[in-house]
Design a protein around this ligand. Structure first.
Ligand SMILES: [Zn+2]
Ligand SMILES: [Zn+2]
Length: 256
């Protein structure tokens, strides 16, 4: 994905500060924040960022220490580096999570999809990382008829209804209708109408309470159009893609 605007803006500032950053472009803003801390305490420092084994590490040399009594910022910057990079896509700066392939790397769902499916269009809007339960459910429902356009954040709710239906009637099937803020379901199942009505209500209320993109619980008291605040914001930044330049990533991961 194209880096977020503030993340992209940080790269030239890092260069103007003389910072060497052998890291993915998505971590530029974090590196700039950490470099600012390091330079404030010791002007004139040369700062280098590396990513051994996929973790951000800051190294510094030289500079003039302003205050000998001040807390050394090294421990602070390294723990901040771990904290911030653990949830930030190294390629674009969107919220991400650890992906094992091809080497342990923090990626957003969009960048991970584009790496694993080269040449494909992104089938979902850039989002917060899908919660684990929804991720597992979406995987289980893959290829199920009529569910191609099912919002992934709602997969767990649909899987739950599926499980009930299997118990009632193996031939039972359902059609889901995306109403944007909730999911409506039509049953073709040989089962008690009262039970089906209950399942329909469970699905409607369950999906109305969770983000269609990432599966996180939505605030009760505010209008949200079926999306959490994080996914709304990421949607507004668009879904522009750029060629992935990963040649400098460690552990043999190369662009080609
Ligand atoms: Zn990304
Ligand atoms: Zn969301």
């Amino acid at each position: 994905m194209a880096p977020l605007p503030d993340v992209a803006a940080a790269t030239p500032i890092l260069k103007s500060l003389g910072v060497t950053a052998r890291i993915g472009p998505g971590w530029s803003l974090i590196a700039l924040a950490l470099a600012t801390i390091a330079l404030t305490n010791r002007p004139g420092r040369h700062i280098t960022f590396d990513r051994p084994a996929g973790s951000l590490v800051i190294r510094t040399r030289g500079g003039t220490r302003l205050d000998h009594t001040a807390t050394k910022p090294k421990d602070l910057t390294n723990s901040l580096a771990n904290l911030l990079t653990a949830t930030t896509c190294e390629l674009c700066g969107r919220p991400g999570r650890l992906h094992p392939w091809p080497a342990p790397t923090i990626l957003c769902d969009a960048c991970a999809f584009l790496i694993e499916n080269p040449g494909h269009r992104l089938p979902f809007q850039p989002r917060l990382p899908l919660v684990e339960s929804a991720r597992n459910a979406a995987h289980e429902l893959e290829g199920s008829p009529g569910l191609d356009d099912l919002p992934a954040g709602w997969a767990q709710r649909v899987l739950m209804v599926f499980s009930y239906l299997r118990g009632l009637d193996p031939a039972g099937s359902l059609t889901v209708e995306d109403q944007r803020t909730f999911l409506h379901v039509q049953f073709d199942a040989d089962a008690d109408e009262t039970v089906l009505r209950l399942l329909r209500v469970l699905l409607m209320t369950g999906t109305a309470a969770s983000c269609r993109h990432c599966g996180r619980t939505l605030p009760r008291k505010r209008p949200h159009l079926g999306q959490c605040d994080g996914c709304i914001e990421l949607g507004e930044f668009g879904d522009e893609t750029v060629p992935i330049e990963v040649g400098w990533f460690a552990d043999g991961w190369r662009a080609e």
